[in-house]
Write a protein that binds this ligand. Structure first.
Ligand code: PAF
Length: 282
């Protein structure tokens, strides 16, 4: 596995792949890799001749300095997992390599509306940072395919729009959320949970799954359903940031024509803020 720490090494390697007409799939990560990431790698390997993973804790997408400081970083373990998974090259840059002139003067990508609603309203600037780094990584790696997990539902919708709007020549593959036996979605932030919190955390998915059942059973009083879900989560010990029920295609409040909804939930449990979602066909 090639470990590239600068852009030139990546470009040189991908030039060789392109010369042989070999395809590339990219798996972008912020490291602290878990089964969810490795599933993305395995899906990438099925699609493309070469899989390139990126490991970069992107400061531009953190609107909270403490969150950036405490974000778990495990570079050596990450490299071992990526090598074991059969990745061809990993790009592991520093912020100085990615933003040599500093972040204040960095050209950025703004995906209108989708970056401002829901999670974007709670974390101003977050999605501008995500879109910017992902486009930069696409321009460096020039992949044919990119792999993203459904756990980050709004991120997927926003990046799909960016790819469409800016005619980025990459095909996106969305991989279903990978869960532990308890139902808890794999997340790097799970590492910040205490042993007791780890036992409580599965209630996040359990709660939105129960809400899904209620909607499938005919309930349409979404405001009341959200209130009940929030109270339930808080009673388990979460500090719920938001639960939203929106049209799965537009992420807007659903009207009567909506055929598919998504329940999006964000809640603190101790230190970390956990997110999860579930789709509902109606
Ligand atoms: O989903 C993530 O881990 C990050 O937002 C991403 C896409 C790697 C960009 O930093």
């Amino acid at each position: 596995m090639i470990i590239a720490r600068d852009i030139e090494t990546v470009r040189k390697t991908v030039r060789q792949y392109h010369e042989k007409n070999e395809s590339i799939a990219i798996v972008t990560t912020m490291g602290n890799l878990h089964t969810g990431h490795i599933t993305l790698v395995k899906e990438a390997e099925k699609l493309a001749d070469h899989t390139v993973a990126t490991v970069f804790v992107n400061p531009l997408q953190f609107n909270n300095k403490n969150d950036l400081k405490t974000y778990p970083r495990t570079p050596e373990a990450d490299l071992k997992k990526l090598e074991d998974a059969g990745v061809d090259m990993v790009f592991m840059p520093t912020p100085e390599i990615m933003y040599p002139e500093g972040m204040d003067v960095q050209t950025t990508v703004n995906v209108p509306h989708l970056s401002e609603i829901l999670e974007g309203a709670m974390r101003p600037g977050h999605f501008r940072g995500v879109a910017t780094v992902v486009l930069k990584l696409f321009n460096i790696v020039t992949p044919d395919y990119c792999m993203f997990g459904q756990k980050d539902y709004q991120q997927v919708a926003l990046l799909k729009k960016m790819i469409r709007d800016l005619s980025v020549p990459v095909e996106m593959h969305v991989v279903p959320t990978v869960r532990m036996e308890s139902g808890l979605a794999f997340s790097s932030r799970n590492g910040l949970l205490t042993e007791d919190e780890l036992k409580i955390a599965p209630h996040l998915y359990e709660t939105i799954s129960a809400m899904k059942k209620e909607i499938e059973g005919g309930r349409r009083d979404f405001a009341a359903l959200i209130k009940e879900g929030t109270e339930k989560l808080n009673s388990f010990g979460f500090k719920t940031d938001a639960i939203d029920i929106v049209n799965a295609d537009t992420l807007e409040a659903p009207d009567t024509s909506a055929k598919k909804l998504v329940i999006l939930a964000e809640a603190y449990l101790g230190k970390p803020r956990l997110i999860d979602n579930i789709e509902v066909n109606i």
